[in-house]
Design a protein around this ligand. Structure first.
Ligand SMILES: *Cc1c(COP(=O)(O)O)cnc(C)c1O
Length: 393
């Protein structure tokens, strides 16, 4: 069966250009970048080049880039490290209700440690309430963390406006840009972003590697102790092939941003309009225009998202749902809930995330199967309802 992958927000395939760049460091150039001999120097040159490439892509200095194991680590480190290093200035943190769990769970932990955290609401399109940000910011606020673009519904935040407010109030601003790199232009120095998280495997790079940008002068405690790597803030022998791959992946994603965005946006809008024309009771979740070029999040009335996901999978189509089935009961996505999507529509939500190699033929095939699958599930659902009705009689 021909398989179609529309779950690029979960992870992406490694691009061959990236693999080629990594290959020498997986084989002959295996040195430890901390060694002073030639093997070490070759490995160090690879790491240095990756740091320069990422700095160039983000518009910052190479010494402001720290390599990590991915965006989960970058987010944990940014929040913990910045909160603790700046505690003498205040103990209030502001974030939003739609952040990735690596932000939300870290905030919960910081609350247990005595920090005060405000979780901003979003509007029905997933935009963070700037009025609330202005309302809740106080002399005690030390850190604001708002994601650049949401992984479930694709809404792109007004990052420049938030950065401006943070700067004016002298508060450190961190953004989780994991989904935004390669889709949104983010020049951190120009925009006044103080810290930013990104991850390799969301941009056709390798898994288990990411980066945290921290503006020079922003205080942050170390993430790992026991070595001089990453300016002594993140000890441990560097993941050289991963870092080299990450550097190349970020370079490509920013180099090709216009062409990739244009292509995916065209397919995205074609897909949305085809579905809307052919499947009734369908709703697009997230912002209609200020959204990631590759994100389509749809709720199908009278359909359970998870059943649809499994049925599409049987047809070779990989998508994902926002809801997680934990211990038998379906827990709705915190993002859709925060947007005020009714529980039954939230349960019908399915995320289709396109990749840079997704084709129109694939989209046409997906639309055809989607029409069949939704119809099938609605019949079953209607049937079970009548049967329940009969039993009741
Ligand atoms: C995937 C993702 C993460 C986690 O990244 P990992 O590198 O898998 O740890 C964090 N934030 C967002 C928005 C993501 O999409």
């Amino acid at each position: 069966m021909n398989k179609i992958y529309l779950d690029n927000a979960a992870t992406t395939p490694l691009s061959s250009e990236v693999l080629n760049e990594m290959m020498p460091y997986l084989t002959a150039d295996f040195g430890n970048p901390n060694s002073l001999h030639s093997f070490g120097r070759i490995a160090k040159a690879g790491v240095d080049l990756a740091r320069e490439r990422i700095a160039k892509a983000l518009g910052c200095e190479p010494n402001e880039i720290y390599f990590t194991s991915g965006a989960t680590e970058s987010n944990n480190w940014a929040l913990n490290g910045i909160a603790k290093a700046n505690r003498h200035k205040g103990n209030h943190i502001i974030t939003s209700k739609i952040e990735h769990p690596s932000i939300l769970e870290t905030c919960k932990k910081l609350e247990r440690e005595g920090f005060r955290v405000t979780y901003l609401d979003v509007d029905e399109m997933g935009l963070v309430r700037i009025d609330q940000l202005l309302h809740f910011i106080s002399p005690d606020t030390i850190l604001i963390s708002i994601m650049s673009a949401n992984n479930e519904v694709g809404t792109i935040q007004n990052i420049q406006a938030i950065a401006n407010i943070a700067k004016e109030k002298n508060v450190i601003f961190h953004t989780d840009a994991t989904q935004a790199i390669g889709a949104v232009n983010l020049n951190v120095h120009e925009m006044g972003i103080d810290a930013l998280s990104l991850s390799g495997h969301k941009l056709n790079g390798p898994k288990g590697v990411g980066a945290l940008y921290v503006h020079d002068g922003v205080m942050i405690t170390p993430f790992m102790n026991g070595g001089e790597q990453e300016s002594g803030l993140r000890a441990g022998t560097s993941n050289v092939p991963g870092i080299v791959g990450l550097g190349k992946a970020v370079e490509i994603a920013t180099r090709d941003i216009i062409a990739n965005s244009k292509k995916m946006r065209g397919l995205r809008d074609y897909f949305i309009s085809k579905v809307m024309q052919n499947i009734e009771l369908t709703q697009l979740n997230g912002h209609p225009v200020q959204r990631l070029p590759n994100n389509v999040n749809l709720s199908f009335g009278m359909v359970e998202g998870e059943s649809l996901m499994y049925l599409l999978d049987l047809n070779g189509i990989a998508v994902s749902t926002g809801s997680a089935c934990s211990s038998g009961s379906i827990e709705n996505s915190h993002v859709l809930t925060a947007m005020g999507i009714a529980p039954d529509l939230a349960q019908g939500a399915v995320r289709f995330s396109l990749g840079k190699n997704t084709t129109k033929d694939e989209i046409d095939f997906v639309v055809e199967k989607l029409i069949e699958c939704v119809e099938k599930l609605r019949k079953v659902s209607a049937l079970s309802k009548t049967q329940v009705g009969k039993e009741d009689e």
